[in-house]
Design a protein around this ligand. Structure first.
Ligand code: IMP
Length: 185
């Protein structure tokens, strides 16, 4: 089954590919990306998928993904604004949590797939952890150097891409979606 992922983020493509063996995954980059005006990850994932549906080859499934990081001490912020709330999100989150005892954070990923005939499927995944005091590690992207998953001592960036392909919020969302896709095939 061929899936076109509507994203300009090559890490997301790699992570989905690693998490979804048995599916053929391609990046579907668009120059005129739609504004992410939704109120939820699901809304924004759907906006990306629907936009791709309009432009993609008719025989392919399209997939939109939206994700973010939520800090408990910040009432869930930055959440759906994670990519946009600060020029340097990692530094901004460390500064915002500097005097907070509650360092719980979680990643959320929402995937929406749309079939050639317009049917919609979705998958959700979450990865819980705590914020490190300073960035560590070089793999992954975004906030990975400051996220220590529950039960681990290393950050996601130290645990690395192979670990992410099995345990990340995106991998969990992808596996949930894959179950539906296999039934829809
Ligand atoms: P999106 O591309 O609009 O979905 O923005 C998601 C943002 O959330 C990214 O730009 C990162 O800042 C953050 N994020 C989501 N998933 C991850 C991840 O797996 N690692 C690190 N940061 C992530």
């Amino acid at each position: 089954m061929r899936l076109l992922l509507a994203t300009g983020n090559p890490h997301k493509v790699d992570e989905l590919r690693a998490a979804l063996s048995g599916f053929e995954i391609h990046a579907f980059g668009l120059t005129d990306t739609p504004p992410e005006t939704g109120a939820t990850y699901l809304d924004n994932a759907r906006i990306k998928a629907r936009h791709a549906r309009k432009h993609a080859p008719v025989d392919a499934w399209v997939v939109g993904e939206d994700s973010g990081i939520e800090a408990a001490a910040l009432g869930g912020r930055p959440g759906i604004e994670s990519a946009r709330w600060a020029e340097d999100g990692v530094a901004a989150l460390l500064a915002a949590l500097a005097h907070e005892a509650d360092r719980r954070v979680r990643y959320v990923s929402e995937l929406v797939a749309i079939s050639p005939n317009g049917a919609e499927l979705r998958g959700t995944g979450m990865l819980e952890g705590v914020a490190a005091n300073e960035p560590r590690g070089s793999e992954g992207f975004g906030y990975d150097p400051i996220v220590i998953p529950l039960g681990e001592t290393r950050t996601v960036a130290e645990l690395g891409d192979v670990w992410k392909s099995e345990h990340s919020h995106r991998a969990l969302a992808a596996r949930a979606l894959a179950d539906y896709l296999r039934r829809a095939r």
